[in-house]
Design a binder for this molecule. Structure first.
Ligand code: GDP
Ligand code: CA
Length: 332
């Protein structure tokens, strides 16, 4: 069975780790038992940034570290058991910026990636090398960046009488999304091509899953890569997503601010509307007021991934919904 998922960082990674856990504990439905699962993850690269001359891919690295067992659980990003000697020395030198935390082990990833990119290797090939380090292949996982083209999300913020654009990470990490944003501008997105294998993974999937990643700056950016949205509209696979909102608020981060910035209400219903042209199933919280509608199966479930087991239950519910929709299509 081929499962394809789009993912940002922490929300996407935790959900996908839950999916792997669900699959490993699953003895039914029967057809899963003998059929190996191939999971292809299409990661957001809009968060990517160059710091100290190094290319940093926060969402891709969060996926690698989480699925590979090296993540700092408390933070949700970065490496477990980190030290910060390099950052301290850079600060002593007066190097900037100092608002983005990079640990020593994490730095090694960025040095290696930048070395390979500097030798002309495309990002997708670099991600393949990093995936080998983290044992993703042994778990049946292929991680693909959404594109090999450098893409960067910027945020246009008010500045005196005018406005200026700052990198998404500066807005998100340094200013905690508190600087009033006018809009998002994604440099390079219009001329970005999907990375090798991305469209094939969507078109050839049996099931497509959207984890509860940020609908604006994670999933929304991936959908902006020319060709990806069309592939989702055209795929025969059911597309099932999970709302990132519980009680009208994101579980973590500032997705509510992002939604307001693009003029979309902070409700699961409005988020589903962003995916309306290809979404078949939508998981919302138990108390969510959203009701089923024609063409969209709405499933109420506990949405909090408060433990590995809870994440596995949530991912299992999303997969079961997709398999049910798929079975219905085969019969129809
Ligand atoms: P980021 O790139 O690290 O910000 O991570 P993602 O874009 O993949 O995911 C961020 C989104 O995940 C946020 O909007 C959160 O509301 C959502 N999220 C985080 N934890 C949970 C959870 O336990 N349940 C649900 N439903 N959403 C979550
Ligand atoms: Ca992100």
């Amino acid at each position: 069975m081929r499962i394809t998922a789009l993912a940002g960082g922490v929300g996407g990674a935790r959900f996908l780790r839950g999916l792997l856990r669900h699959l490993s504990r699953t003895t039914s439905p029967e057809h899963l038992e003998h059929e190996p699962v191939e999971l292809t993850v299409i990661g957001n690269t809009g968060d990517d940034i160059t710091l100290f001359g190094l290319r940093v891919c926060p969402d891709i690295d969060t996926l690698l570290y989480t699925l590979g067992g090296g993540i700092h659980e408390g933070q949700g990003w970065g490496r477990a058991d980190e030290t910060h000697h390099l950052a301290e020395e850079l600060a002593a030198l007066g190097a900037t910026p100092q608002w983005f935390t990079l640990g020593d082990k994490d730095f090694a990833t960025h040095v290696f990636r930048s070395q390979l990119l500097g030798q002309g290797m495309p990002l997708s090939a670099v991600v393949e090398r990093l995936s080998a380090r983290w044992g993703l292949g042994e778990q049946g996982v292929t991680l693909l960046p959404m594109t090999d083209t450098p893409v960067e999300t910027h945020v246009v913020v008010a500045d005196g009488d005018g406005s200026r654009a700052i990198h998404f990470q500066e807005w998100w990490v340094r200013h905690r999304a508190e600087l009033p944003a006018e809009r998002f501008v994604v440099a390079g997105l219009d001329r970005a091509a999907p990375a090798p294998g991305v469209l094939e993974a969507i078109r050839g999937a049996d099931v497509v899953l959207l984890p509860p990643s940020n609908p604006v700056v994670s999933i929304g950016i991936i959908l902006g890569v020319p060709g990806i949205r069309d592939a989702l509209r055209g795929t025969r696979a059911p597309v099932v997503g999970v709302s990132p909102l519980v009680g009208g608020r994101p579980v973590r981060g500032h997705a509510d601010v992002c939604l307001r910035t693009i003029g979309v209400a902070e409700t699961s219903e409005a988020v589903a509307g962003l995916y309306a042209d290809f979404l078949d199933g939508w998981l919302v919280d138990e108390d969510d007021p959203m009701r089923p509608r024609s063409g969209l199966e709405v499933v109420h479930r506990p949405l909090l991934m408060s433990s590995g087991e809870a994440a596995a239950d949530l991912a299992g519910a999303a997969l079961d919904t997709a398999l049910r929709l798929r079975a219905g299509r085969t019969i129809a």
